[in-house]
Design a protein around this ligand. Structure first.
Ligand code: ADP
Ligand code: MG
Length: 317
């Protein structure tokens, strides 16, 4: 099989500078056809810059990017018909209905046979199809945006932070739509700072921080490769436990409901902690030991949080 048919996207040593700022710093990856690939990283990591170079909106400083076998700097006109884009922070025309919006975008792409109602069904907006854009909730707006990205029946779809700012329920509804895209065989390049989203949807994840890819693999591989760490949670611990654990050299973190979370390297560490608590006559109501999730892998690799306001262990309880 030649490379042009094997991969939907090939990025080789891609760099992008804005003046003195190296926003994307020598990154390389490939996305297979039909694969969902997630760029996972915090604000400013270089996700949008990377995506918008691949989808031909921005121009690279150096490196080579090939989309469906075509150099993205040379074949913009051919590429545009074969891709769909949901830009970060997408908005549309306030007073135009869902159906009219899709009809309009379909005409922009010169598509004669877009199945508008089929698309509306795919993103679960059938009962909202005559609603104006301004009356849709955030999640419904994003689902319309995904439908817009599909009007030309693209082979590769770029979704830049499709669920940022949505409440958990709306996010889950967008995830269902994205799982539908995957089933339909689309190649999807997704950016996100929700590790749960990457874990659930992506075949491959590249963790990106300050313009560099610092780890790449399937969600399972990423977690496995960083599984030297375990997460011990002590439930309903009394107030002395925190200090006891700290005194013997660990870094406990308070989470909800008097729970304490401790990152440990070995099983013996768990035994040492439990003995120290017992010897001091303190108590806890229960415990569990588990592998880190992608968010914790990210923290370990970068020392930075994926989102503002994220507190380690603060959300998982
Ligand atoms: N057009 C631009 N001009 C100058 N700096 C930019 C431009 N676009 C992005 N940047 C900067 O490049 C870095 C990466 O931005 P971006 O690609 O938007 O990251 P992300 O999508 O991961 O949040 C940030 O420091 C951002 O401020
Ligand atoms: Mg961005």
């Amino acid at each position: 099989m030649n490379k042009a048919t094997e991969y939907a996207i090939e990025v080789e040593n891609l760099t992008k500078s804005y003046g003195d700022l190296l926003a994307v710093n020598d990154i390389s990856f490939t996305v297979g056809k039909g694969e969902v690939f997630a760029l996972l990283g915090p604000n400013g990591a270089g996700k949008t810059t990377t995506v918008e170079i691949i989808d031909t909106i921005r121009t690279p400083t150096s490196g080579k990017v090939t989309l469906l076998g075509m150099d993205v700097t040379k074949y913009k006109h051919d590429i545009v018909h074969r891709i769909g884009v949901l830009p970060q922070g997408f908005t549309s025309f306030d007073r135009i209905t869902v159906r009219e919006t899709l009809q309009y975008y379909s005409r922009l792409y010169h598509c004669r046979n877009t199945d508008i109602d089929g698309l509306i069904g795919l993103v679960n907006l059938t009962d909202k199809r005559d609603e104006q854009y301004k009356n849709l909730s955030g999640g419904l707006k994003q689902r319309l945006g995904i439908a817009i990205s599909l009007v030309n029946d693209p082979e590769v779809v770029f979704l830049d932070e499709p669920t940022t700012g949505l409440d958990p329920r709306a996010r889950h509804e967008v995830w269902q739509v994205l799982q539908g895209l995957k089933k339909a065989g689309k190649t999807v390049l997704l950016t996100t700072h929700y590790m749960e989203e990457a874990e659930l949807l992506a075949d491959m994840v590249a963790i990106i921080s300050r313009g560099k890819i610092i780890a790449m693999g399937s969600p399972v591989e990423l977690i496995h490769n960083n599984a030297d760490t375990q997460i011990l949670t002590l439930q309903s611990a009394d107030e002395k436990v925190f200090e006891i654990v700290r005194r013997i050299g660990f870094e406990p973190v308070h989470t909800n409901h008097n729970n304490i979370r401790i990152r440990v390297e070995h099983t013996e560490d768990v035994q040492q902690i439990l003995s120290a608590i017992k010897d001091a006559g303190s108590f806890y109501r229960g415990l569990d030991v588990r592998k880190p999730n992608l968010e914790e892998v990210f923290l370990k690799l970068t020392g930075e949080a994926l989102r503002d306001g994220y507190v380690e262990g603060g959300e998982a309880e």
